[in-house]
Design a binder for this molecule. Structure first.
Ligand SMILES: CC(C)(COP(=O)(O)OP(=O)(O)OC[C@H]1O[C@@H](n2cnc3c(N)ncnc32)[C@H](O)[C@@H]1OP(=O)(O)O)[C@@H](O)C(=O)NCCC(=O)NCCS
Length: 176
């Protein structure tokens, strides 16, 4: 007769640590790696460096368990802010990190009494457009051939969609 021995082990609990920090030159290599995997027309190291050095910009990175997996570059202009770039590591997309990064920016803008965010996105970047719409951004205009090169056909330009969202002065539950 065989007898089974049951050994009880404690379940391993892996804590997840997420933090939003000011983007510095230390994170730029990780950010460039994400940018290059995400985009046909990636920003250069120089563009990121210039952005973090500009005092009018708010630039953040999102760190997950010590690894930089996202970034957001925004520029302040009086009572509005422009999102110049946002990216999430392809291995971590669709896990709510883009939304969390945007929420972090909105909280920072609210503290500064900034009431609107504007951005421009390639008409062909359907996933980003869907992302922004889901967060409450509305399309406000189109700039014809704003981008010199089209991702699908480099001899043609590509339209840019301008989108905006108003920031309520107080946080409203379930709304960014
Ligand atoms: C756009 C981007 C930042 C979104 O980041 P993300 O962390 O994947 O997005 P989230 O997980 O927070 O998505 C929130 C919601 O947005 C929508 N969304 C996000 N990505 C989407 C996609 N590829 N297609 C359709 N809807 C999408 C969904 O409604 C999603 O919620 P759900 O997953 O519960 O359905 C990311 O896809 C990215 O880095 N893209 C490449 C860089 C880029 O294009 N930047 C924009 C330049 S203007």
């Amino acid at each position: 007769m065989s007898s089974a021995i049951t050994i009880k082990t404690k379940p391993t609990i892996r804590r997840t640590s997420i933090s939003f920090n000011r983007l510095t030159s230390i994170e730029i290599p990780s950010v460039l790696s994400i940018e290059e995997r995400n985009s046909d027309y990636p920003w250069s190291q120089g563009q990121f460096t210039t952005s973090i050095e500009n005092s009018k910009n708010l630039c953040y990175c999102l760190n997950l368990n010590g690894q930089t997996i996202g970034y957001l570059i925004s520029m302040l202009a009086l009572d509005t802010a422009d999102i110049l770039n946002i990216g999430i590591d392809p291995d971590f997309k669709r896990q709510g990190h883009g939304r969390a990064l945007l929420k972090h920016l909105i909280e920072e803008l609210r503290k500064r009494h900034i009431g609107e965010i504007l951005l421009e996105v390639r008409i062909g970047n359907k996933s980003a457009i869907q992302f922004y719409k889901k967060q409450g951004f509305k399309e406000i205009s189109v700039r014809n051939n704003y981008y010199m090169k089209n991702s699908k056909n480099q001899s043609q330009g590509e339209d840019g969609i301008i989108m905006s969202i108003k920031i309520p002065s107080k946080e409203i539950k379930n709304v960014l």
